[in-house]
Design a protein around this ligand. Structure first.
Ligand SMILES: [Zn+2]
Length: 486
């Protein structure tokens, strides 16, 4: 050890990460209770998820499919045979006295995640995935002051996957970036809602130091329950300094679990770290093994969408969208699929993107529903775009009528027709209005003819007013020029 005490640059940080991800399913992992955040305490529970003796769990097939999907997206091998085990520990919000998890074999193993830009000093480092296993979440303790704590089991039984990396991360910045990119990918695939404030994604980080060039790992500390990217980075960076001080003073780092305090940005010891044997894992006798067919796995593999970064690139390069529009559309596979389905039926990527981002998503957010629940099919969106392209309705009218369009189920031109808002592109009808406007404003007409070409807008405005906004401005422009001279 004598050659490693000479300075701060002598240490290499080694980080392995365990990401806990809530799965987006309708019901919990082993019962039919709704899988939903919050709610009045203990209103979303049943004998299974509240750990009543004799209640029997039944596995949620959708959760298994999502775990397999996550595994395939992360380049893992899917184990056709995997097993649920009981991981025993005591905590008041864990009524069974064990968590149902997977030890060996887990549902997926051996994957790879390539960090796009590392956030650290390395370029696109590859982070190996050790395993992905399925497990259920515990309930929550609500501490009511120093003498009373209450237990809420609404969260108990929430389906989760734990994604465990190899110790391939090298800095707090990289670890935070890994979480950020992992979240983006899993949200894109609709595997999780990714809501970190509600605990849908959190992670434990194992940090150790070793002398640069050493093969052996140092003793690690596990930092528990980090629920923001900032915390991940800050906790690792505090821990690097703490361990460096110990090592440089010839001390020994303890293997322990530590808690990060976001207020002070420090970590403190919580307990000495358990190893697997401490949990007395054993196969859960209430649950049969998960046995998957290769056909099931192949089907999920075949349905994996194009990677989001590829999609974004394609939208910019071949469809001519702005980078920001492309990123927003490619943030969710479902949204990108919707965009492409509509685009297949009409011809203007710009207009389709514009209506999705400018009307559909804001309307969904105003109504607090998912955009898919608005019930506006890609075909209707494409039809609306075609009506715009053909000049049957103006963009202004579509924007004004959009909410009604969603509710009425009618086509945009029907709705516009009823309200007298169909765009008039018929030169004959508009010509009358143009001539009337010229006749009614002889002074402006004379000024225009004398060279005040800015008055074009004045005449177009008059005609638009006359036609209640339904005149096609491009046609009116041409007609005014025709009668007053270009
Ligand atoms: Zn339940």
């Amino acid at each position: 050890m004598s050659d490693v005490r000479s300075g701060p640059c002598q240490w290499e940080t080694v980080i392995g990460l365990e990401a806990h991800v809530h799965l987006r399913t309708a019901s919990k992992l082993f019962c039919a209770c709704p899988n939903k955040f919050g709610g009045e305490p203990n209103t979303r529970i049943c004998p299974v998820c509240s750990g009543m003796p004799g209640a029997l769990p039944v596995i949620n097939g959708r959760a298994v499919a999502l775990a397999v999907q996550a595994g395939l997206a992360l380049g893992c091998a899917v184990n056709l045979h995997s097993l649920f085990s009981r991981k025993s520990y005591f905590y008041p919000d864990l009524p069974n006295g064990f968590q149902t998890s997977q030890l060996e074999p887990p549902v997926c193993s051996s994957g790879l995640f390539r960090l796009e830009a590392s956030g650290g000093t390395r370029v696109n480092p590859e982070i190996r995935i050790n395993r992905i296993h399925l497990e259920d979440d515990a309930g929550k303790c609500i501490h009511m002051g120093s003498s009373c704590s209450m237990v809420d089991l609404n969260r108990a039984g929430t389906p989760m996957i734990e994604i465990v990396t190899e110790p391939d991360l090298r800095s707090g910045a990289e670890a935070a970036e890994f979480m950020r990119q992992l979240r983006k990918l899993l949200m894109y695939l609709d595997i999780t809602d990714g809501n970190m404030e509600e605990g849908s994604m959190r992670c434990d980080v194992n940090v150790s130091l070793r002398p640069f060039g050493a093969k052996e790992y140092g003793t690690r500390a596990e930092l528990k329950n980090l629920n923001s990217f900032i915390s991940v980075r800050a906790a690792v960076e505090f821990e690097e300094e703490r361990q460096k001080e110990i090592l440089e003073a010839q001390g020994a780092v303890e293997q322990e679990t530590r808690l990060f305090d976001p207020e002070s940005c420090t970590t403190r010891a919580m307990r000495s770290k358990e190893d697997a044997p401490d949990y007395r894992y054993f196969p859960n006798p209430d649950l049969p093994p998960i046995i998957l067919t290769q056909a099931f796995v192949d089907k999920i593999h075949g349905s994996l969408p194009e990677r989001p970064e590829k999609r974004r690139e394609r939208y910019v390069e071949t469809l001519g969208l702005h980078d920001e529009e492309a990123s927003l559309l490619a943030a969710s596979a479902a949204l990108a699929d919707y965009f492409e389905a509509a685009l297949a039926l009409c011809s203007s990527p710009k207009r389709v993107a514009g209506l999705i981002l400018g009307e559909l998503l804001p309307e969904a957010s105003r109504r607090s529903v998912a955009f898919a629940d608005l019930g506006f099919s890609p075909a209707r969106l494409a039809h609306t775009v075609t009506m715009l392209e053909q000049g049957k309705v103006s963009l202004k009218v579509v924007q004004d009528l959009f909410s009604e369009l969603l509710d009425s189920g009618e086509s945009v031109e029907k709705l516009a027709e009823k309200k007298g808002l169909l765009q008039v592109s018929d030169a004959g009808a508009l010509e009358q209005a143009v001539l009337a406007a010229i006749e009614a404003n002889p002074a402006e007409a004379a000024d225009y003819r004398a060279g005040k070409k800015k008055l074009l807008a004045f005449f177009v405005g008059r005609v638009m007013r006359e036609t209640k906004g339904a005149g096609n401005p491009a046609v009116i422009n041409e007609l005014v020029k025709k009668h007053l001279g270009a």
